[in-house]
Design a protein around this ligand. Sequence first.
Ligand code: GDP
Ligand code: IMO
Ligand code: MG
Length: 427
Amino acid sequence: MPATVVVGTQWGDEGKGKLTDLLAKDMRLVVRYQGGHNAGHTIVVAKETFALQLVPSGVLYEHTVPVIGNGVVVDPAVLLNECDMLSERGIDTSRLVVSGNAHLIMPYHYELDRMTERFLGHNKLGTTRRGIGPAYADKAARIGLRVQDLLDPKIFRQKLDVVLREKNAVLSRVYNRLPLDGDEIADRYLGEIAPRIEPMIGDTVALVHEALAAGQEVMLEGAQATFLDVDHGTYPFVTSSNPTAGGACVGSGVGPRDINRVVGIVKAYVTRVGSGPFPTELEEGAASDALVERGREYGTNTGRRRRPGWLDLVMLRQAVRLNSISELAVTKLDVLSIFDTLKVCVAYEAGGVRYEHVPYHQSVLHEAKPVFVQLPGWAAELGEAREVGDLPAPARAYLDLISAHVGVPVTYAGVGPERDQYVSLAP
Ligand code: GDP
Ligand code: IMO
Ligand code: MG
């Protein structure tokens, strides 16, 4: 049974957590394949809200095995806190398996993330300051510590000492910060953390392949999104991993032929948190404030206000290509009920040229002006809709416009944050 990928099509916070949870009711394994605790995935069940950062969104079901794949960067203390938080709320996390090949986020990664941002000044990326970029940089530089190093105190300490010599030189001489103490880090990671993480560590690649071979359903859960992808996103205003569907192969250890379904999550409008180009961004004002308030567009974990804008089908077409998306789940359709008229971007214009696809040259993207079509709103609350027939005609027209423009069917429409607040449009 081939795997399903859930991938964000915009700049994150599309509602991947809710959709992953929804789809997980039919899944055996749910594997996070990249990112770290820069993610904030929200699931609401019977008015209870779960904000997950590292633990895969399938954890709420007893029949699923949540897996943290090799492509994830793990702050083990954050992982343990999250497990404790879930346990206190009656969720069993004992089935969680963590790849030994996943890289560890270390204290110096946080320091370096903050310092790089400070030195960038006006050009800062607006990272989540969770050490994500520096941890992936060390992975590529081959000086990262991995989850499996927690199993071997001698090796952990050797690697730490080598790395810390360089990190402390940079921290103290370049950034004028106090050096970090190796003993303190080793005591914390090996003394407090390792004994609790050890039982979670497993061969996640074998686990995924055994499940696939046994005909069980496997889901690969993306964090961040297509336009935060370090290769395909709006570089440098991106994260440091590959959220696109190709990253699901690398970050979980399956080949492309093991995947047959790619669900693109698209919010009915767009938000972005942090810096970077955003062609359909709303100017500050009443409409922008209304969208942020109605959609509660504040970071799940960071609390930052998200920048709102109209739906951008140029980006979505690109996301369909980049991820070979087979179906779309449109979330937060209910939020748009506040508008009499809706705008949807179908092309860009820059320097007298019309672009149907995202221009590769970012200078063009920075000056691109959206070409909008206007659609009537539906002036009705959608929260109670459960069948296609419950959706007002203009809401259905909105969904039809999306699938017609990007050539992929819309199979779900979200009409509220609760687990059961959706309409299935699957044929
Ligand atoms: P993720 O990072 O992609 O998992 O998305 P977040 O959880 O950061 O942000 C999505 C927010 O929208 C969360 O607060 C969800 O509870 C909420 N949400 C998800 N789907 C819907 C929907 O269809 N309607 C409404 N009103 N809220 C939704
Ligand atoms: P989920 O999974 C929205 C953004 C940050 C910043 C850039 C780089 O909840 O959709 P990083 O800390 O990753 O180095 O920051 O990426 N970013 C996100 N934006 N949702 C996320 O995750 C994000 N994860 C990172 O705001 O602009
Ligand atoms: Mg989020």
